[in-house]
Design a protein around this ligand. Sequence first.
Ligand code: MD3
Ligand code: FE
Length: 204
Amino acid sequence: RTQLLPGLVLYPGRLARDEQVALLTEIRAVIAAAPPFTPVMPRTGKPFSVAMTNCGPLGWVSDRAGYRYQPTHPVTGARWPAIPERLIALWRAVAGYAAPPEACLVNFYDPTAKMGLHQDRDEADFDAPIVSVSLGDTCRFRFGGTARGDPTRSFPLASGDVVVFGGPARLAFHGVDRILPGTSTLLPEGGRINLTLRRVTEPS
Ligand code: MD3
Ligand code: FE
């Protein structure tokens, strides 16, 4: 593990290839139950370039009404499928937070997709970290401070890398500049999948 910045801990290659393959099989089952949807920006309705789905009791959605967590899929109306046990185990191993994750947001990047600089602040609990798992092509990830104008750094995130964003990093601005096509053979279709494990509600 490498502490890159205060609160930002990188576990390069935390998942071996066979673990990535097993996790991918579980994510395929999540997709079958909860098909990826294209969220749109609040008010403007501009579509994201990233497709998304979720597993867990709550899932993150965005539409013209705003960003929020909800228990059901915005298109099918079904409850989100369960978070695979191997992701719960990963959370237990790296999050340093007793309560289990409530949401796992699954982001799908085609080779042209990107995610602009943003903060994740739709959760009621900022004490819990966010745990990120990358699968497939490497991306250039950008990470700054808690104010939009703060200086940023970028670093690659490769398949099997796990990052924990806690403490002062939890409310930092971050985004994905670009996908580096052809950098992984994990996904036959190419592109990148990112999973983020999150607490959403205040611990009771
Ligand atoms: C730092 N996802 O889903 S993962 C997101 O690669 C998101 O799909 C990116 O940003 C992706 O919101 C980045 C790394 C990440 C996730 C959440 C964070 C970094 C974070 C929350 C706070 C600080
Ligand atoms: Fe984010």
